[in-house]
Design a protein around this ligand. Structure first.
Ligand SMILES: Nc1ncnc2c1ncn2[C@@H]1O[C@H](COP(=O)(O)OP(=O)(O)OP(=O)(O)O)[C@@H](O)[C@H]1O
Length: 362
């Protein structure tokens, strides 16, 4: 397995990019440690496949370098990179047995048959395919076929990394959860460098040690799932992660207060100073989980008109309006809410400020 490093790596499909917007992948530096589990998360068109194809060697970047364990691989053809890849749809030989499908990548590399048997059984056991080993792949369900594809990706020990490109697309929803857990277990057991591409935050956050969030060709944050939730570096991370995402408000500073619409909200002195020092378009962000109920007229609280209350089992989602802005608050299910007016407080410690969409104080 390898440590993967990107140095000033960027890619534009057209010639001579004149601005950052011309890049499918904006120039960046990043390191993925040997044996780490990483997810590349972002909406369609953000540049995930471009980065994945650069790693696998299907695409030579227009600038910068990719290094595996310090060795420059940028111009190296795919077959010399020693990367295993699992795609959205099953890639296997229908006429072969499950065993032979799993054994194929090893036999192809002339691995001794005794080792092939041991490794195939190990992987089949983890993926719960042992009972199916003698079956022909053609008779199996789409779920089972994709499990074999995962197994084929995982079976070799000598690969630099395993790339998963939206591998659970064809998997039944109730099995997705189970397979994500399996992949996590495999990662702990086999200590592989795994790179998992997805547009689904739940898949990324449950699978990966570190998540790389991309939008519009830009890596906006690499971090642990908790960090992405609690301290998003960019408004896109706040918006894209969480369900629902962060509340955002354009703000003005008036003396010692922050004003949203017509309402003054409470902030710490240090936050206020950082805001006064910042330039550009300022925004306040707060997760619905950190919006609290407050007593009428409490200092720093805002008065909001209730628009909707959704009951979600253990919690309820309040949607309200204040100063022309919508606020969403996730509250305990036991809290009694009347329609009409509600006083809310944006928890100071969990409030994040952004300047031109980047977190202030990074
Ligand atoms: N061969 C190409 N030629 C020109 N532009 C391309 C090419 N491939 C991708 N692009 C553009 O580069 C940008 C990034 O695309 P990319 O496929 O990397 O995104 P993605 O996040 O993988 O999206 P998806 O999840 O839909 O595959 C998009 O604007 C896309 O239109």
């Amino acid at each position: 397995m390898a440590r993967i490093e990107f140095r000033n790596l960027g890619h534009a499909y057209g010639p001579n990019p004149a601005s950052l917007q011309d890049y499918a992948l904006q120039p960046m530096n990043m390191v993925w440690e040997d044996g780490g589990a990483y997810a590349l998360l972002g909406p369609s068109g953000c540049g995930k496949s471009t980065l994945l194809n650069i790693i696998s060697g299907l695409l030579v970047p227009s600038e910068g370098q990719v290094l595996f364990d310090g060795k420059d691989m940028t111009q190296m053809p795919t077959r010399e990179r020693n990367i295993a890849q699992v795609f959205q749809f099953p890639v296997l030989y229908d006429t072969m047995s499950v065993f032979d499908n799993l054994a194929f990548p090893l036999r192809n590399r002339k691995v001794a048959e005794s080792e092939v048997r041991a490794r195939v059984h190990e992987i089949a056991e983890i993926l719960e395919l042992t009972r199916d080993l003698k079956q022909r792949a053609s008779g199996l369900s789409a779920d089972a076929k994709q499990k074999i594809s995962l197994g084929r990706g995982l079976v070799r020990k000598d690969v630099a990394a395993i790339l998963f490109d939206e591998p659970l697309t064809v998997i039944d929803p109730h099995m997705k959860w189970q397979l994500r857990q399996k992949l996590k277990q495999i990662h702990h057991q086999l200590k592989l460098t795994l790179i998992y591409v997805t547009h689904d935050q739940v898949e990324a956050l449950t699978f990966a040690d570190e998540v790389v969030v991309m939008t519009n060709g830009k890596v906006v944050q690499q971090g642990k799932p908790e960090a992405l939730f609690v301290r998003p570096d960019h408004t896109f991370v706040g918006y894209f992660i969480g369900s629902p995402g962060m509340n955002f408000y354009p703000l003005q500073i008036d003396g010692d207060a922050v004003v949203i619409g017509q309402q003054r909200v409470g902030v710490d002195a240090s936050q206020l100073q950082a805001l006064k020092n910042a330039s550009g378009e300022l925004k306040l962000g707060i997760r619905p989980e950190f919006v609290e109920l407050a007593a009428a007229g409490a200092p720093g609280a805002v008065s909001a008109n209730v628009v909707q209350v959704q009951h979600l089992g253990t919690s309820q989602l309040l949607t309200a309006e204040f100063g022309g802005q919508i606020v969403k608050a996730r509250l305990d299910a036991s809290v009694k809410l009347d329609g009409g007016q509600q006083w809310l407080r944006l928890a100071k410690a969990e409030t994040i400020f952004f300047s031109n969409d980047e977190r202030i104080g990074r």
